[in-house]
Design a protein around this ligand. Sequence first.
Ligand code: KIV
Length: 259
Amino acid sequence: MKERGDRITVLTCYDVLFARLLEEEGVDMILVGDSLGQVVLGYDSTIPVTLEEMLHHGKAVVRGAPNTFVVLDLPFMSYQSSRRDALIAGGRAMKEAGVQGVKIEGGDPESCATVRALVRAGIPVMGHLGFTPQSVHALGGARVQGRGEDAARTVHEEAAALEEAGCFALVLELVPAALAAGVTESLRIPTIGIGAGPGCDGQVLVLPDALGLNPGFTPRFLKRFADLDGEARRGVRAFVEEVSEGRYPGAEHSFEGEG
Ligand code: KIV
């Protein structure tokens, strides 16, 4: 797709119904993101998310989208502690959840060695640079990364190192648009941006944010493509009203026969 200049569409997903919908609507790649922690499980970051939780939701997504390329985030501390841990986590993602690849965060030499080990074992890996949510506390919050000459050079160097290590794609999160465009130009593998401007090869958004299910979350980069919060509230209010007033269920919703 990069060679053809086709933009790559990626959305996160955590359950079977939305997975089916994303596949039917032609999304190119589904990411079972560890944003699961915030948007499904109610944690305040991705840090508490466990591998078991990721696998549980990954399986549901693969059941719903069996013909779509599904990538699963390896969660915090499932791959940083040792190469062996990374291989076990990546192997479980492929064997148990049935995904086609995994994503890990970071581009330092240690991260690149982990990518190499996973790729050598036959596990496709997507990299993730810029703001890396598993390092939210080390980075001092969800801030734009790569501002200034030195920081931008580091992003460039780490992107090149991840490509060399064997990543098939690279997420760029919260980096200046010009930097993301420059990195995209310099790589053969596609970049997938989130808060990284229009110069990436593809774009990813967290599905509940993109569909307006999370109205309190209003970062600059986010566009709401639907108002599911409003629609869902209207539906819930109607249900409460109709049941309270005895208008639902009606005869058309009831079964005939002897009592
Ligand atoms: O977990 C996630 O949803 C992600 C995307 C923001 C890229 O990593």
